[in-house]
Design a protein around this ligand. Sequence first.
Ligand code: KG4
Ligand code: ZN
Length: 381
Amino acid sequence: MPDAYVLGIETSCDETAAAVVRSGEEIVSNIVASQIALHQPYGGVVPELASREHLRAIVPVVRQALEKSQRTYATVDAIAVTQGPGLAGALLVGISYAKALAYALEKPLIAVNHLEGHIHAVLLEERAKGNHAVNFPVLALVVSGGHTHLYLAEEHGEGWVYENVGHTRDDAAGEAFDKTAKLLGLGYPGGPVIDRLSAYGDPTAVKFAISQMKHRDRRDQNQPESARPHFDFSYSGIKTAVLRYVETHNMRERVEKRQKAISAISQPKLEDYLAACDQQTLDLIASFQRAIVGDLVSKTLTAARACNAATLFVTGGVAANAELRRTFESEAAKEGLPAYFPSRPLSTDNAAMIAAAAYPRLLARQFAHADFCAQPGLVLR
Ligand code: KG4
Ligand code: ZN
């Protein structure tokens, strides 16, 4: 097939994004309008506000993506949009717009699973670097604000098929970063702040125990004893442990003072955060991050061994974390397992990953029906 240009649209959470990707391997344009400032005063994403903001942003964001790509509505080959998982109202904005565009332009429409998008962000960038030889099976850790999922992927025809081999039982890792940052008075989103502040604390100062959960899939009672175990995660306990630490070490007053100081600054910088944190808090932050990173890395590598994975992908917002990348790189290298990450801009939500994931479906002519709906709980298979 000659070069194909896919216009991707992503509105599943708090980023309105559009991108044009050539043949699943070259980002021609990639526009992300973040709503972080809008949600910051509430300490998390407010679904109604997210939908309204997507409505406001979708037309200019798509227009900008096309302008930057030097393509027009008429010269893209297909339109791809996130079907789920995500916030229902937010997904609906992108889907309605994509459907209208596809209908008016008489272009094929492709529905994409957001999690497959995160996985394809890695593939897209590897292809852009000239690496076309990914060995299967691929074990992909998708670690974001809403997910901590392990998928074992195999190639199947033009596309990939996925088996879920692990997931979080409660909070996602990104959610634990966000909730912990909030309870320490550091604002929203917490991941990037904790990432930067951790470098200034002692990661061995506070010991956190994260529950270990290895079991055979309990959803299927009939499977044999030899069935592959699941490698599940759990991060709600560590957030409670941080809260308990704050209370037992009389840190509450300091947290309140910090919360006031940080929320009074419109765009706090690293110096502002550091000025608001005492050493004990920095040690607590570094220890929290070390515990989460250690757990993500050890469980993922145990799963990689059990599944005989040939390649490891680590993707999603939390994959932007410096310590996580460093630890995965060194630990996977010890086992001779090639580990790939997206660049930081492609770790968090974007539409280039949606356009890239759509490309094999364009080749296979797997188009969406005009009446397809948003699926907030869409499963990846
Ligand atoms: O993939 P993403 O943009 O949206 C979801 O699909 O959830 O991920 C957002 C999550 C947030 O929880 C945010 O705190 C976390 O990714 N995050 C990070 C970092 N950058 C973003 N967590 C740890 N370290 C980071 N550098
Ligand atoms: Zn995401």
